[in-house]
Design a protein around this ligand. Sequence first.
Ligand code: ATP
Ligand code: MG
Length: 825
Amino acid sequence: MAVVGFDVGFQNCCIAVVKSGGIETASNEFTDRCTPAVVSFNAKNRTIGNAAKNQMITNTASTVSHFKRLHGRLFQDHSVQAEKASLPYDLVPLNDGKVGVKVMYLDQEHRFSIEQVTAMLLTKLKDIAEANLQKKVVECVISIPSFFTDSERKSVLDAAKIAGLNCLKLMNDSTAVALNYGIYKEGLPGCDENPKIVAFVDMGHSALQVSVCAFNKGKLRVLSTAFDPYLGGKDFDQKLVEYFCAEFKSKYKMDVKSKARAMLRLTQECEKLKKLMSSNSTDILLNIECFMDDKDVCGKMNRAKFEELCADLIERVMVPLMTAVEQAQVRLQDISAVEIVGGATRIPAVKAQISKFFKRDVSTTLNADEAVARGCALQCAMLSPAFRVRDFSITDAIPFPVSLSWTSEADEGKSCYEIFGRNHPCPSAKMITFYRSKPFVLEVFYSDLTSLPFPEAKIAEYKVQNIQPQENGEKAKLKVKVQVNASGIVSVSSATMVLRVSSNESESTEINEIYSHDGADDINIEVGTTLCLFHNHECINSKNVCSSQMNGEVNNHPPDAKKAKMKVKHVVLPIEETFTQQLPKDRLSNYMEQESKMIQQDCQEKDRNNAKNAVEENVYYYKHKLEGPYQKFINAQDHQAFSELLDGTENWLYEEGADQDKQTYINKLEEIHKLGKPVQNRYQESIRRPKMFEELSAKIQSYMTIMEEYKNGSDSYCHIDAMDMDKVRVCVEDTQVWMTNIKDSQDKCRSDQEPAIHSTQIEEKLQVLNNICDEIVTKPRPRVDSPMDDSIQPEQPHNKKSPEDVTMEYTDFVQNEAKNSHINI
Ligand code: ATP
Ligand code: MG
């Protein structure tokens, strides 16, 4: 089973694979360790990664990049609308209201969902991993930003399914980094000691993520996560773009913003400039040839000016740092290291700002581009049965508070409860007890809209079914389990009806909190019990719930006290998911089908291109050879015909033959080979044939020497039967005659003619000669008895036996043993 971690970034993707020697970063076909998150659609195929990035300028409207943040979003979402304005390709609403992309593919307009686009990218990443591991990749762990909401997470999981991947876990970027950091750390404090606190800061192309983590031996706990989903390297690029747009407007009267292609080129150049400024504080020139209307443009920038332009962005870096530390409830002096990753932390002013906030130097011990993928691969190895990884438990934190709401059976009033607060440990689960007599609906939603990166509060809705009142007419007691799994996805995972429980409560809710360190299925520690009744429409957090219980407003008798006296029967109830952000099954399978058709189409196009390239390569190969070594192996007439064919094919490739189907190229190649192969063979034969003749001649010579020695009575061969030796003689003489004749015929052939003999025939002749003669001349000499007389033969020592004796004795023993197992020798 392959073990793989994918860091799917906003701009770059990184793949880490686990091999027996450890974790390795997989390079793509261009030997790059990062693959651009770009998908380009063309008339005949899709291109993904580096090749697609190269098409951003030439195939602007159908090259999709920067799509990670569109996962799970509605088209109408204001952030989608804001993003739409800056993207060079078209965003469109899909039937379910979600955002999709509109591109030209196979010469037709196509609309793809974001899940499909990410699936295309994942297909490419999977191919790279498979090429690296030389085995099929299915199981994997995929990274996501810690601020991804439930719908975004489900959307990424759907994308993985479309790509044929089984994503074992979605892992928050900064948690993957923390795992990669902690698992190798020696000397972490013991479990009963104060943990080592480390802050991780990841600034990529689109976002800034911070997490504060506590490490003990074999254990990682994420204490807090904070983020600015709209602050990344691209915002720094954008500052430069704005600056140069204004400059070019006044200097060259150019409206750069009116041309998507010009904007793209400027953005790419500004990004390069930004990177150069990280290692250079002097003036750096920006030159773009034929920028707009065939005009060249130039400008300059330096680090000081850049930092001035980006002052507000640099200031914003502070906010999530502050939030993370505050929420982790640690003091700055408690933090023993600050690890930075992500490409944009290379901006000196960003690094300085992080360092200023934490009042310490930042560490760059982890690979800024690869740490996330490596963490994911480690996590995948931990989840895989194929590898043994040292025990290391990970407790993550959920980014946004999650609440549960339901309608009261008595008065239809809406009640809600904050089931998981911000930074609640993850995975974990809570059990809630309801008293109900008929089916009811539970809604899971984000309760703090202001903290969400987009205004989509509803997570899921469940209908708990088959509820019946107790035999005595009282309401049934229901235990409903709500969980947040290892991927940070919240669900109502089970509902159980506890029958024959008599209770005085008309309608009450009991919350049992359960924490798990390793998946909700492994629930092992039960913490606290609260009991509450809600008749209001407002959400209250768990602290309120606890205080209302303490005030005795709800119930003075915990149901468990009564339960102990009763005989109960547990009935598992069906739960219908009446609302989910996940793709419906039929859409998912339709997308999977589409993806496999597109993969097939890409393969066909690849084969077609390979066939075309083969024609092109052979045209140049033969043209070159005809002028050189092949010249004397082709007659003048054929040379002319072949040259004409090659010249004609060369021109054809640029015109009519530029875009033909695979078979046409195969036919063309056959035409070339028909003329070329005989010439190539004659040339190759002219080199091999003399060597083979030499070999055969040497062999004949060696047998002749042996025959001579035999004739002279040599000790080495005198044991050979005369008739056998005669066979050797006949065979050697025949071969000698055959070689003389065939050499004569070959010498009479011109080099541009079909040869009289092929090297393979000489090889066969040599083989026959060897087969017949070797067996005879290498026949072993018979064993010669010792010339000593029996009388003076030394007596064999008592314990030394001839091999025959030993065999006899052993045989004896075996037989005797079969008869009597107690025999002793
Ligand atoms: P995200 O994490 O937001 O999804 P990502 O993972 O694709 O994005 P990274 O690959 O970590 O992002 O970082 C890319 C960003 O880092 C780009 O904005 C790039 O310009 C920037 N970057 C890379 N090298 C440097 C450098 N030497 N100086 C400044 N910025 C750099
Ligand atoms: Mg990243």
